[in-house]
Write a protein that binds this ligand. Structure first.
Ligand code: DX5
Ligand code: ZN
Length: 221
Protein backbone atom coordinates (compact mmCIF):
# COMPACT_ATOMS: atom_id res chain seq x y z
CA UNK A 1 0.00 0.00 0.00
CA UNK A 2 3.00 2.31 0.08
CA UNK A 3 3.51 5.33 -2.15
CA UNK A 4 3.58 9.05 -1.46
CA UNK A 5 2.75 10.29 2.04
CA UNK A 6 -0.85 9.58 3.01
CA UNK A 7 -2.98 12.04 4.92
CA UNK A 8 -5.82 10.60 7.00
CA UNK A 9 -8.13 13.10 8.72
CA UNK A 10 -9.64 11.71 11.92
CA UNK A 11 -13.41 11.94 11.92
CA UNK A 12 -13.39 12.22 15.70
CA UNK A 13 -12.52 15.92 15.39
CA UNK A 14 -15.22 16.69 12.81
CA UNK A 15 -18.50 18.40 13.67
CA UNK A 16 -20.81 15.48 14.54
CA UNK A 17 -23.81 17.56 13.51
CA UNK A 18 -22.39 18.03 10.01
CA UNK A 19 -20.22 15.00 9.34
CA UNK A 20 -21.09 14.64 5.65
CA UNK A 21 -20.33 18.31 4.98
CA UNK A 22 -17.03 18.18 6.85
CA UNK A 23 -15.94 15.08 4.94
CA UNK A 24 -17.09 16.43 1.56
CA UNK A 25 -14.98 19.53 2.09
CA UNK A 26 -11.70 17.63 2.42
CA UNK A 27 -12.50 14.51 0.37
CA UNK A 28 -10.61 15.45 -2.80
CA UNK A 29 -7.48 16.36 -0.86
CA UNK A 30 -6.87 13.36 1.40
CA UNK A 31 -6.00 9.68 1.08
CA UNK A 32 -7.97 7.93 3.85
CA UNK A 33 -10.69 8.84 6.29
CA UNK A 34 -9.57 7.69 9.74
CA UNK A 35 -12.60 6.34 11.58
CA UNK A 36 -12.12 5.99 15.35
CA UNK A 37 -14.44 3.37 16.82
CA UNK A 38 -14.44 3.29 20.64
CA UNK A 39 -16.29 1.01 23.02
CA UNK A 40 -16.06 2.83 26.36
CA UNK A 41 -14.16 -0.19 27.68
CA UNK A 42 -10.80 -0.54 25.93
CA UNK A 43 -10.75 3.26 26.08
CA UNK A 44 -12.78 5.39 28.51
CA UNK A 45 -14.80 7.02 25.76
CA UNK A 46 -17.46 6.29 23.17
CA UNK A 47 -17.41 7.66 19.64
CA UNK A 48 -19.75 6.25 17.00
CA UNK A 49 -20.64 2.92 15.47
CA UNK A 50 -22.04 1.23 12.40
CA UNK A 51 -25.02 3.52 11.65
CA UNK A 52 -22.73 6.54 11.37
CA UNK A 53 -20.19 4.69 9.20
CA UNK A 54 -22.98 3.36 6.99
CA UNK A 55 -24.52 6.81 6.55
CA UNK A 56 -21.18 8.37 5.71
CA UNK A 57 -20.39 5.62 3.21
CA UNK A 58 -23.39 6.83 1.18
CA UNK A 59 -21.82 10.27 0.92
CA UNK A 60 -18.17 9.52 0.11
CA UNK A 61 -15.95 7.13 -1.78
CA UNK A 62 -13.00 7.67 0.57
CA UNK A 63 -11.07 4.68 1.92
CA UNK A 64 -12.24 4.14 5.51
CA UNK A 65 -9.31 3.32 7.81
CA UNK A 66 -11.20 2.03 10.86
CA UNK A 67 -9.20 2.23 14.08
CA UNK A 68 -10.88 -0.19 16.48
CA UNK A 69 -10.30 0.97 20.04
CA UNK A 70 -12.41 -1.87 21.38
CA UNK A 71 -11.84 -4.94 23.52
CA UNK A 72 -13.21 -7.41 20.97
CA UNK A 73 -12.38 -6.04 17.52
CA UNK A 74 -12.88 -9.30 15.59
CA UNK A 75 -16.60 -9.27 16.42
CA UNK A 76 -16.88 -5.98 14.51
CA UNK A 77 -15.26 -7.08 11.25
CA UNK A 78 -18.44 -8.23 9.50
CA UNK A 79 -20.53 -5.24 10.67
CA UNK A 80 -17.75 -2.84 9.61
CA UNK A 81 -17.57 -4.45 6.19
CA UNK A 82 -21.36 -4.23 5.83
CA UNK A 83 -21.25 -0.57 6.86
CA UNK A 84 -18.64 0.21 4.20
CA UNK A 85 -15.30 0.04 6.00
CA UNK A 86 -12.13 -0.81 4.05
CA UNK A 87 -9.41 -1.44 6.62
CA UNK A 88 -9.57 -2.48 10.27
CA UNK A 89 -6.74 -1.90 12.71
CA UNK A 90 -6.75 -3.87 15.97
CA UNK A 91 -4.81 -3.06 19.12
CA UNK A 92 -2.09 -5.57 19.98
CA UNK A 93 -3.00 -5.02 23.62
CA UNK A 94 -6.24 -7.01 23.08
CA UNK A 95 -5.05 -9.46 20.42
CA UNK A 96 -4.38 -12.94 21.76
CA UNK A 97 -3.99 -14.22 18.19
CA UNK A 98 -3.29 -11.59 15.52
CA UNK A 99 -2.81 -14.29 12.86
CA UNK A 100 -6.37 -15.56 13.29
CA UNK A 101 -7.68 -12.00 13.30
CA UNK A 102 -5.87 -11.25 10.04
CA UNK A 103 -7.47 -14.31 8.43
CA UNK A 104 -10.92 -13.27 9.69
CA UNK A 105 -10.49 -9.73 8.38
CA UNK A 106 -9.51 -10.95 4.94
CA UNK A 107 -12.38 -13.44 4.91
CA UNK A 108 -14.66 -10.49 5.60
CA UNK A 109 -13.14 -8.64 2.64
CA UNK A 110 -11.24 -6.09 4.73
CA UNK A 111 -7.66 -4.90 4.73
CA UNK A 112 -5.94 -5.53 8.05
CA UNK A 113 -3.61 -3.71 10.40
CA UNK A 114 -2.32 -3.75 13.96
CA UNK A 115 -1.92 -0.88 16.42
CA UNK A 116 0.44 -0.37 19.33
CA UNK A 117 -0.08 2.02 22.22
CA UNK A 118 2.73 4.31 23.40
CA UNK A 119 3.55 1.86 26.21
CA UNK A 120 3.66 -1.22 23.97
CA UNK A 121 7.11 -2.02 22.57
CA UNK A 122 7.63 -2.63 18.85
CA UNK A 123 8.85 -6.15 19.65
CA UNK A 124 5.29 -7.10 20.65
CA UNK A 125 4.01 -6.54 17.12
CA UNK A 126 7.14 -7.26 15.06
CA UNK A 127 6.40 -10.94 14.26
CA UNK A 128 2.94 -9.96 12.98
CA UNK A 129 3.81 -7.00 10.75
CA UNK A 130 3.98 -9.40 7.81
CA UNK A 131 0.21 -9.92 8.22
CA UNK A 132 -0.51 -6.22 7.94
CA UNK A 133 -1.42 -3.75 5.23
CA UNK A 134 -0.76 -1.05 7.80
CA UNK A 135 0.96 -0.75 11.15
CA UNK A 136 -0.39 2.04 13.34
CA UNK A 137 1.88 3.54 15.97
CA UNK A 138 -0.04 5.60 18.54
CA UNK A 139 1.65 8.86 19.48
CA UNK A 140 -0.92 9.56 22.23
CA UNK A 141 -2.71 7.31 24.69
CA UNK A 142 -5.86 6.48 22.71
CA UNK A 143 -9.31 7.65 23.73
CA UNK A 144 -9.40 11.36 23.04
CA UNK A 145 -8.49 13.81 20.32
CA UNK A 146 -6.56 17.00 20.95
CA UNK A 147 -3.71 15.54 23.00
CA UNK A 148 -0.03 16.39 22.64
CA UNK A 149 2.34 14.24 20.54
CA UNK A 150 4.51 11.90 22.64
CA UNK A 151 8.03 12.12 21.11
CA UNK A 152 9.20 9.02 22.97
CA UNK A 153 7.42 6.93 20.31
CA UNK A 154 9.79 8.12 17.57
CA UNK A 155 12.40 5.37 18.12
CA UNK A 156 9.57 2.86 17.82
CA UNK A 157 8.64 4.27 14.42
CA UNK A 158 12.30 3.95 13.45
CA UNK A 159 12.33 0.33 14.56
CA UNK A 160 9.14 -0.35 12.59
CA UNK A 161 10.54 1.24 9.44
CA UNK A 162 13.76 -0.74 9.75
CA UNK A 163 11.82 -3.97 10.19
CA UNK A 164 9.48 -3.29 7.26
CA UNK A 165 12.35 -2.41 4.94
CA UNK A 166 14.67 -5.22 6.00
CA UNK A 167 11.90 -7.81 5.58
CA UNK A 168 10.61 -6.29 2.32
CA UNK A 169 7.10 -5.88 3.73
CA UNK A 170 4.35 -3.81 2.11
CA UNK A 171 2.85 -2.32 5.31
CA UNK A 172 2.25 1.39 5.58
CA UNK A 173 3.51 2.90 8.83
CA UNK A 174 0.86 5.25 10.17
CA UNK A 175 1.14 7.56 13.15
CA UNK A 176 -1.86 8.81 15.14
CA UNK A 177 -2.17 11.46 17.84
CA UNK A 178 -1.04 15.04 18.18
CA UNK A 179 -0.06 15.30 14.52
CA UNK A 180 0.62 18.83 13.25
CA UNK A 181 2.95 19.86 10.41
CA UNK A 182 5.81 20.02 12.92
CA UNK A 183 5.24 16.64 14.56
CA UNK A 184 4.43 15.01 11.20
CA UNK A 185 7.91 15.94 9.99
CA UNK A 186 9.45 14.24 13.02
CA UNK A 187 7.34 11.13 12.43
CA UNK A 188 8.22 11.14 8.73
CA UNK A 189 11.91 11.45 9.51
CA UNK A 190 11.54 8.42 11.78
CA UNK A 191 9.90 6.44 8.97
CA UNK A 192 6.14 7.02 9.00
CA UNK A 193 4.39 7.40 5.64
CA UNK A 194 0.75 7.84 6.76
CA UNK A 195 -0.41 10.61 9.07
CA UNK A 196 -3.66 10.77 11.04
CA UNK A 197 -4.71 14.25 12.08
CA UNK A 198 -7.97 15.20 13.73
CA UNK A 199 -7.66 18.53 15.49
CA UNK A 200 -5.06 19.89 13.06
CA UNK A 201 -7.43 19.37 10.12
CA UNK A 202 -11.07 19.53 11.19
CA UNK A 203 -10.60 22.19 13.87
CA UNK A 204 -8.49 24.39 11.61
CA UNK A 205 -10.16 27.54 10.25
CA UNK A 206 -9.54 26.19 6.74
CA UNK A 207 -9.32 22.37 6.74
CA UNK A 208 -8.31 22.18 3.07
CA UNK A 209 -5.40 24.55 3.68
CA UNK A 210 -4.50 22.51 6.78
CA UNK A 211 -4.30 19.33 4.69
CA UNK A 212 -2.09 21.11 2.15
CA UNK A 213 0.16 22.37 4.91
CA UNK A 214 0.55 18.87 6.32
CA UNK A 215 1.26 17.42 2.89
CA UNK A 216 3.87 20.06 2.14
CA UNK A 217 5.50 19.44 5.51
CA UNK A 218 5.92 15.72 4.89
CA UNK A 219 6.96 16.20 1.30
CA UNK A 220 3.94 14.85 -0.57
CA UNK A 221 2.71 16.36 -3.83
C1 DX5 B 1 -7.19 9.06 19.62
C2 DX5 B 1 -7.61 8.73 18.21
C3 DX5 B 1 -7.05 9.65 17.23
C4 DX5 B 1 -7.50 11.08 17.39
C5 DX5 B 1 -6.43 11.97 16.85
O1 DX5 B 1 -7.69 8.12 20.45
O2 DX5 B 1 -7.19 7.44 17.87
O3 DX5 B 1 -7.28 9.21 15.89
O4 DX5 B 1 -8.71 11.35 16.77
O5 DX5 B 1 -6.78 13.27 17.17
P1 DX5 B 1 -5.72 14.46 17.18
O6 DX5 B 1 -5.18 14.57 15.79
O7 DX5 B 1 -6.55 15.61 17.60
O8 DX5 B 1 -4.66 14.08 18.17
ZN1 ZN C 1 -7.22 6.88 15.71
Amino acid sequence: MKGPAKIAPSLLAADFGHLADDVARIEAHVDFLHVDVMDGHFVPNLSFGMPVIESLRKTTGLYFDCHLMVTNPVSLFEPIKQAGGNLVTCHMEVMPDPSAAAVRAREAGLDFGLVINPATPFEAVAPFVELCDLLLVMSVVPGFGGQGFIPEVLPKIEAAKKWVDSHGLPADIEVDGGITPATAVRARDAGANAFVAGTAIFRAPDPVAAVAELRTAVGGE
